[in-house]
Design a protein around this ligand. Structure first.
Ligand code: FES
Length: 105
């Protein structure tokens, strides 16, 4: 599994998503009380950037229709989204946030 540097840990404010592009994959990086999470930035319901939504209790909300996705699993909490969003492994090394966006096959 190869990890790419996404951003600096010190650049992240708690519960404020940061959108990054990793090998062409849009990823939202979110620092919460529970740790740092990486979730695909595109809502599974329509082409909306999740990093423009709000974060609360380890969930990121899609601003367009209100589905929230669990940052740990990518699962939506309710309609209209029914499919999960991909989540990615995160490693912290010093001040670097590293994310692996490799697809497992
Ligand atoms: S576009 Fe995200 S819930 Fe509809």
């Amino acid at each position: 599994m190869s990890f790419l540097r996404a951003c600096a840990l010190s650049d992240l404010q708690e519960d404020v998503p940061k959108r990054v592009d990793l090998n062409g994959v849009p990823v939202s990086i979110v620092r919460t009380e529970e740790g740092v999470f990486a979730i695909n930035d595109t809502c599974s319901h329509a082409n909306v950037s999740l990093s423009e939504g709000e974060v609360e209790d380890c969930m990121i909300e899609c601003w367009l229709h209100g589905s929230s996705f669990d940052l740990r699993t990518g699962k939506p909490s309710g309609l209209p989204a029914t499919k999960p969003v991909a989540v990615y492994p995160v490693k912290i090394e010093g001040d670097d946030v590293l994310v692996s966006v490799n697809q497992e096959s």
